[in-house]
Design a protein around this ligand. Structure first.
Ligand code: MGD
Ligand code: MGD
Ligand code: SF4
Ligand code: MO
Length: 895
């Protein structure tokens, strides 16, 4: 995609023809990327074969990064109350309002809400400004919604927030247990590494613990479809089983841990029978899993949001860690517990103290030595003395006026916070809100007084830390667009203009050096987070920094491998701690348990992946997976609409009736916003209940009322421009080619259907021909706009039932010559044209129809389909979907 570099203050980015080594913008796997600029400057990306996270692999999202770099929706200048402003005016206003608010109401009246998508250097400055100089700990981050339970669990067991293992451990293990993780969709390259290791050593076993069938369970040997919320019981039962069967490593427990007896007592109260009752897994099957764990020394237990995002999330983490401590499976090759981080820099944010209850460099509020050293290092007498409010409480404080000036950076809480309508209202009512973002229009930016344009991926420069503690450089290769500036610069300017010392760095290298030096000043001889070996990197050294895993103490450059190999934790007595965990009883409320999460090709609130037509084709609409039994009970038809409601709010999404989700619960993705849908913002429904230890919201366990959303008509359109979705009872839009595809539905069909279609297609009379067809009963209508030069300028279909039009065919028709008007009006390819069907392989653009045709043509397994069609040949995250098509079709194939 071509970019306009006319207003670049810092040069033109990397020169045409150059290759820049950088790191992916998305998940915590932290893949290395080679960004090339073509002869005309057009960027393309490829996996970096030398990066130790991915060795050249990329998933569909990473591979499509170049498609998300257009500037059309970017925020390119500061805005005050909606009008463009200069940086000086905007920053002076922000600094003045923050200072006035502090003078009038105290430091706790201002707050920052930041993000694991900031670079470590940005994050460091945000935390220094708030905790060090404003003098409040009113800074929390979207990592509260993501990693907080893992952090709290690590600290309870290890005394520090340390991920002990490495990606290599996944490859060395004989048993990998994935808990509450849809690795195949959410961390595809790590999943691919795991699958490659398993293919090389078929004796390796992969077990997935997830109430739902997913692409990850499809690729596993064993799927333990536990009842939602029964993870503590599962792992407590396992601990009791290990003790009963003599599988406990006595030497390790006695020599290196404390609290085993209490944890075992709690676990025995659950036992095998209790675990079976709680999880809904038969005792015999559970015992088989337990025995497998008991006899497999090289076991990795990796966990993600199905564990962390729960009211007992921290206990779930410790229930898992207890099992690893009991067996001494920590810090050994192929034997570790492993928290998989979500965002590209969830880990880096933790290192600089981005959470309201942490100090920089893993320092603790309740440790006077930490506070004294930190205050000395920063040269401040205003260091915050106690933890600040965690995300949900922070927005409560905004709501009730305790917080009166708020800066939101690199996160979209009006969409991603639970009880999102309330959060959106709190932001709207706050006297002064600053939003720093790359996107001009977001649901959060709607409530801002000042918008500040940030540099995005490919433009900004700094470091990120991935799930295995590996620090990698993100490097700029694109010019800074418009007036956009780096996040660290925005924060440092605010600090300077508020009159604080120590905010005058000349670039991210200087900030990194300060951060590295601080880890040493705080932690040498006390904790493991040490970067002293990198504290003297000059500009060239920083620019050339190779991926390195912390700790990197002073005097070294090599970086570390796995942690805790010496069997010593960072608790006061250097012993690991067991934590007794007690399952919480199930809620006895009527309704279905709503779990929320992710889809393969979209990232969060879609401000970036939503720009790629390719990524938008896999799943183009918000949906609700619901079991056939629950759908039948509620008279919800396949592909009909459902309304999901709680006391907090409601949402309307498409029904996906499938036995892949268990009866009694539903699954809805978190990605749709007030911009991409009329009513698909699911966090409006989600309860703001939190884990009492970590403050992390239980985003996977809201009990909701789910019912059919009856409509009189359904519509589907492909259009060159996105229509306003606000007027529809239901609507969702997605990029398609150079235009848009829109799903619609309504309670009342307007009597003038043609006007509805013209409005939707933005059809100008005289611009060409608008063909129309209706069936005699009047239920089905097709409209086809053909431009003066004979191309499809848009099309729309309306029916009383969900529109049976080939989406792929319609999308591909947009802008193409309108050869077969009858076929186009029918919304189906003519007999001679094969329908590619729903997109399965985003990397190579292969649809379900093509794959099914290959299977009919004799391909009997995934490898054969890949050889014939290319599908699954790149990132591989669609292989389990291909396998499903092969399995489904194979029964139809004559032998
Ligand atoms: N494609 C894509 N990848 C991403 C992201 C994205 O937006 N899109 N975001 C990134 C981020 S920030 C994060 S945090 C990660 C999240 O990565 P994951 O945690 O893997 O993804 P989720 O879909 O949130 O949830 C994982 C699984 O938890 C299961 N689950 C629900 N309730 C329970 C339960 O009670 N117990 C257990 N054991 N499991 C349960 C759900 O069925 C779901 O399959 O993904 C990262 N990668
Ligand atoms: N129901 C439900 N809700 C959830 C979750 C769930 O599973 N279920 N998951 C939770 C989790 S784990 C997470 S991590 C959050 C994610 O939720 P958010 O952080 O709210 O989601 P994003 O869309 O990633 O928001 C990032 C914002 O920063 C902007 N941006 C991108 N790059 C930059 C940059 O370099 N600088 C600046 N200043 N801005 C930038 C983007 O345009 C976007 O507006 O959602 C949480 N919410
Ligand atoms: S797995 Fe995909 S999204 Fe995650 S870092 Fe690698 S390429 Fe990026
Ligand atoms: Mo996350």
């Amino acid at each position: 995609m071509k970019r306009d570099a006319t207003t670049d203050p810092s040069g033109a980015g990397a020169p045409a023809g150059s290759v820049t080594r950088t790191t992916c913008a998305y998940c915590g796997v932290g893949c290395g990327i080679l960004a090339r600029r073509g002869p005309d400057g057009t960027p393309t990306v490829a996996g970096d074969p030398d990066h130790p996270a991915n060795f050249g692999r990329l998933c569909a999202k990473g591979a499509a990064l170049a498609e998300t770099l257009s500037l059309d929706d970017r925020l390119l200048e500061p805005r005050i109350a909606g009008r463009p402003a200069g940086w000086d005016e905007a920053l002076d206003l922000v600094a003045r309002r923050f200072s006035e608010t502090i003078a009038e109401h105290g430091p706790d009246a201002v707050a920052f809400y930041v993000s694991g998508q900031l670079l470590t250097e940005d994050y460091y400055v945000a935390n220094k400004l708030m905790k060090g100089f404003v003098g409040s700990a009113n800074i929390d981050t979207n990592s509260r919604l993501c990693m907080a339970s893992a952090v709290a669990g690590h600290k309870r067991a290890f005394g520090t927030d340390t991920v002990p293992g490495t990606y290599e451990d996944f490859e060395l293990a004989d048993l990998v247990v994935l808990v509450g993780s849809n690795l195949a969709w959410c961390h595809p390259v790590l999943h691919q590494r795991l699958m490659a290791a398993k293919a090389a050593r078929p004796e390796m076993t992969v077990v997935v613990v997830d109430p739902r069938r997913t692409a990850t369970t499809d690729a596993a040997d064993v799927h333990l479809a536990i009842r939602p919320g029964s993870d503590v019981a599962l792992f407590a039962g396992l601990l009791a089983f290990l003790a009963e069967t003599g599988a406990v490593d006595r030497g390790f427990v006695e020599g290196h841990t404390a609290g085993f007896r209490e944890a075992l007592t709690a676990a025995r109260a659950v036992g095998l029978a209790g675990a079976a009752a709680a999880t809904g897994i038969a005792e015999a099957e559970l015992a088989r899993f337990y025995a497998l764990v008991a006899r497999t020394a090289r076991t990795v237990t990796a966990f993600s949001m199905g564990v962390n995002q729960a009211e007992d999330g921290t206990d779930r983490v410790n229930a898992i860690l207890n099992v690893h401590l009991a067996t001494g499976r920590i810090g050994r090759p192929g034997a570790t517990a492993f928290s998989i981080t979500g965002q590209p820099n969830a880990m880096g944010g933790r290192e600089v103290g981005g959470l309201a209850n942490q100090l920089a460099a893993h320092g603790e509020f309740d440790d006077p030595e930490d506070r004294a050293r930190l205050a000395r290092f920063w040269g401040t007498d205003r260091l915050a003395e106690r933890p600040g409010p965690k995300a949900v409480d922070l927005f409560r404080a905004v709501e009730d006026g305790r917080i009166r000036a708020l800066l939101i950076m690199a996160t979209n809480p009006a969409v991603s916070m639970p009880d999102a309508d309330r959060v959106k209202a709190a932001i709207a009512a706050c006297p002064f809100v600053v939003v720093a973002d790359v996107t001009a229009e977001t649901d959060t930016a709607d409530g801002a007084d000042v918008l500040l344009p940030a540099l995005g991926w490919g433009e900004k420069d700094g470091t990120v830390t991935n799930s295995e503690r590996r620090i990698s450089r993100q490097r700029a290769f694109l010019p800074a667009p418009g007036a956009a500036r780096p996040d660290w610069w925005i924060l440092a300017e605010i600090g300077r203009r508020m009159g604080f010392p120590g905010f005058d760095w000349d670039g991210p290298a200087a900030i990194f050096r300060e951060h590295a030096a601080l880890t040493e000043a705080l932690n040498a001889g006390r904790r493991d987070l040490r970067l002293g070996g990198l504290a003297d990197l000059d500009r060239a050294g920083y620019d050339g920094l190779e991926p390195v895993r912390w700790p990197v103490p002073a005097g070294t450059r090599e970086g570390a491998d796995r942690m805790f190999a010496d069997g010593r934790a960072f608790t006061p007595d250097r012993r690991f701690r067991f934590v007794p965990t007690v399952p919480i009883p199930r809620r006895a409320e009527p309704g279905l348990v709503l779990a929320t999460g992710r889809v393969r090709d979209h990232w969060h609130t879609m401000t970036r992946t939503g720009k790629s037509a390719r990524l938008s084709q896999h799943i183009a609409e918000p949906y609700c997976e619901i079991h056939p039994r629950d759908a039948a009970l509620r008279a919800i038809p396949a592909a009909g609409l459902v309304e999901i409601a709680t006391e907090y709010g409601s949402a309307v999404v498409r029904a996906l009736v499938t036995p892949r989700v268990p009866a009694g619960s539903v699954f809805v993705p978190m990605h749709w916003t007030g911009r991409s849908s009329s009513r698909g913002r699911i966090d409006a429904v989600v309860a703001p209940r939190v884990d009492p230890v970590s403050g992390q919201p239980a985003l996977k366990a809201t009990v909701a009322d789910v019912r059919a959303f009856a409509v009189a008509w359904y519509g589907f359109a492909v259009t060159p421009a996105r229509p306003d979705l606000a007027g529809f009872d239901y609507a969702a839009s997605a990029r398609a080619g150079e235009g848009w595809r829109i799903e619609m539905a309504g309670k009342i069909l307007p009597s003038d259907v043609a006007s509805l279609a013209s409005a939707c297609l933005a059809w100008q009379d005289g611009a060409g021909t608008l063909h129309a067809v209706s069936d005699p009963g009047g239920g089905r209508h097709g409209f086809l706009a053909v431009t003066a030069d004979g191309r499809v300028g848009g099309a729309m279909w309306i029916a009383r039932d969900p529109v049976a039009v080939s989406r792929r065919f319609a999308v591909e028709a947009l802008g193409a010559p309108a050869a077969d008007v009858a076929a186009l009006l029918a919304g189906r390819p003519g007999a001679a044209v094969a329908d590619g069907g729903a997109l399965v392989c985003s990397c190579l653009g292969v649809g379900a129809g093509t794959i099914a045709a290959a299977v009919r043509g004799g391909c009997r397994d995934v490898a054969a389909v890949t050889a014939r069609t290319g599908a699954g040949g790149n990132c591989g995250s669609c292989r389990s979907e291909i396998r499903r098509i092969v399995d489904d079709a194979s029964t139809e194939i004559p032998a």
